[in-house]
Design a protein. Structure first.
Length: 273
């Protein structure tokens, strides 16, 4: 079992590293294309004397306008390529440095449980703080409350901030913060439950017409293997439904989930009619 887990961990990290490298490669390529395109636009601009206006009515007017339009289009293309490079750089940075827990991660449940435990602990701390701050016990002064907050482990600066009214005149931890915390705790519990139930599943296949459907547990993907290139309409429908072409797997795939499965079946059934 330990060997299997290690293999899954290595496989996940390998896929993650491959995605990061792919995004970096795309960003570098787009950056080079952007630089070359902008250089070309500047060279085209140099052919026009500085401040030279369009000679309206001259036989060269239309040619000049077309040339200036091409300069503008070339600059726009260069800036668009640069923005694309930045987009893929950000994707690589988020994947490399992000703290989000991916469902693909074999350690996802453990990490989510740790996150849940920390959030539940923080929630309890907020409740304890409010019991002290909002206490209506007689002869329980603000200074005594701050003393008790510090004794309970809260930093002195934070303990004093609890008594500074917010925009609504409220002191302590506001109700909306506790509500949001409760909602996040419920969301994490539901996600853990979903992942644990999914872990008990097994990769399964089915055939719809000539298309082989794989509910891939290991990769957390729903995959559709077509015998050839789908029609333009089917490809457009797949993209709208959240499916993307995976060259490495030779299939159209999305994340696993009932809505993706229902959408895929509808697309394939519609294509057969």
């Amino acid at each position: 079992m330990e060997t299997t887990q290690t293999t899954l961990d290595n496989s996940y990290e390998a896929r993650k590293t491959a995605r990061i490298e792919k995004y970096r490669e795309i960003a570098d390529r787009k950056r080079r294309e952007a630089a070359a395109t902008l250089d070309r636009a500047r060279s085209m601009s140099d052919a026009i004397p500085l401040g030279q206006p369009i000679l309206v009515g001259h036989h060269s007017e239309q040619r000049d306008r077309n040339y200036r339009n091409r300069i503008h289009s070339t600059y726009s293309k260069g800036l668009e390529l640069d923005q694309t490079a930045q987009y893929y750089e950000r994707k690589a940075d988020r994947l490399e440095n992000g703290r989000a827990i991916s469902s693909d991660d074999p350690e996802a449940v453990r990490k989510l449980r740790e996150k849940l435990a920390n959030l539940e602990n923080l929630h309890e701390q907020m409740i304890r703080a409010n019991k002290i701050v909002l206490s209506r016990r007689k002869r329980y002064s603000e200074d005594e409350k701050i003393r008790d907050l510090i004794a309970a482990g809260y930093p002195e600066e934070l303990s004093r901030k609890f008594f500074v009214p917010d925009f609504g005149g409220r002191v302590g931890v506001p109700g909306y913060a506790l509500t949001n915390s409760n909602a996040e705790i419920r969301r994490l519990k539901q996600r853990i439950d979903t992942l644990e139930r999914a872990a008990a599943d097994e990769t399964a296949e089915q055939q719809i017409g000539e298309v082989r459907i794989v509910d891939n547990i290991e990769d957390n993907r729903l995959q559709a293997f077509f015998p050839g290139k789908p029609s333009d309409g089917v490809r457009a429908a797949l993209k709208r439904a959240g499916f993307r072409w995976s060259p490495s797997n030779g299939c159209w795939q999305s994340y696993r989930g009932e809505r993706y499965s229902v959408a895929l079946q509808g697309i394939l059934q519609g294509a057969q009619q």
